[in-house]
Design a protein around this ligand. Structure first.
Ligand SMILES: [Zn+2]
Length: 310
């Protein structure tokens, strides 16, 4: 009996050691996988710029990342603020060279206070447009609290961040319509240009066309104005911008009916490939300064180029 119980004890001990070894191996694997995931998400190869059009529901939030720099254009809604901060952290963002708040509507600046509180924001660009609203007061409070140098969006102003240049295209003048007061910016990397149109509508688009002309406005990628509303993305604006890729940021089954069928028809006629955050989720494009690819995120956050628009 004594022998049997010793034998059983020995078997129990061995089983425990085997289980322990399995548990340790599993823990090591989890740590390795997590490290790789973080590395993949953070590593942007030299000579590459990535533009993320983040799914924040009915709102706008974009981030532009390259090795050594980060620009954020709009910060989504209050409801998506926490999600946006988590997403930026997953991308490895800790410092933001410039945060552009295109105009003071809550679907663009709702997460602005979180961005300013959670990250080191080196500069802010926004239009001279004052509104009553909690999101706007919170934004101003945090700009002051964090001491962020803040610049008024003035057409012709150029901001350089290493190999990346941001040119302010609008607002060209003062408008009563707060959407038309949107800071419209062009981001340039090598031969590739991306216009972020905020919520600028037809009148602002016409002024931008008149002020800048075809050469400056000819771009490869257009972040479509005002969530694809029929009041923006005129045929005239598309005739000068001629984007190959157009991205619309809007919420699933949103109450405004964005994007409008007229906008989609205009984009189709202009020959642009359209991606929408309500259907495609976060849209990611990558460029080497010559070609543009749409990317999808695969295993462990690795990006795969799926659509060459070079
Ligand atoms: Zn909006």
């Amino acid at each position: 009996m004594a022998r049997t119980s010793k034998h059983l004890r020995n078997r129990g001990g061995r089983r425990f050691k085997i289980l322990l070894a399995f548990a340790l191996a599993a823990a090591i694997l989890v740590v390795i996988a997590a490290t790789i995931a973080v590395d993949v998400a953070r590593r942007i190869p030299d000579g590459v710029l990535r533009a993320y059009f983040i799914d924040v529901g009915q709102g706008d939030a974009s981030v532009i990342l390259w090795n050594g720099g980060c620009v954020v254009i709009d910060a989504g809604t209050e409801a998506s603020a926490e999600r946006l901060s988590i997403y930026l952290r997953k991308l490895g963002v800790s410092e933001i060279d410039c945060a552009v708040f295109t105009h003071p509507h809550s679907d663009h600046i709702g997460g602005g206070d979180d961005i300013l509180a959670d990250f080191t924001v080196k500069s802010v660009v926004m239009p001279d447009c004052v509104v009553d609203g909690e999101s706007y007061s919170e934004l101003l409070y945090y700009i002051e609290k964090e001491g962020c140098p803040t610049y008024m969006a003035t057409p012709g102003d150029e901001y350089s961040f290493g190999d990346v240049t941001m040119t302010v295209l609008g607002p060209y003048t003062e408008y009563d319509n707060e959407n038309d007061m949107s800071a419209v910016v062009k981001v340039t990397y090598g031969d590739i240009d991306i216009i972020y149109a905020g919520d600028a509508e037809a009148r602002a688009e016409y002024d931008i066309i008149e002020f800048w002309g075809d050469d400056v406005l000819d771009v490869e990628v257009l972040k479509v104005g005002h969530h694809g509303s029929y009041t923006s993305t005129t045929e005239e604006f598309l005739a000068v911008t001629t984007p190959e890729l157009a991205i619309i940021s809007c919420g699933r089954q949103n109450e405004y009916g964005h994007p409008h069928s007229k906008t989609l028809a205009n984009l189709d006629k202009a020959g642009a490939s359209v991606y929408r955050t309500d259907e495609d989720g976060t849209v990611i494009i990558e460029t080497d300064g010559v070609n543009v690819w749409r990317c999808v995120m695969g295993f462990l956050g690795r990006l795969y180029r799926v659509d060459n628009k070079g």
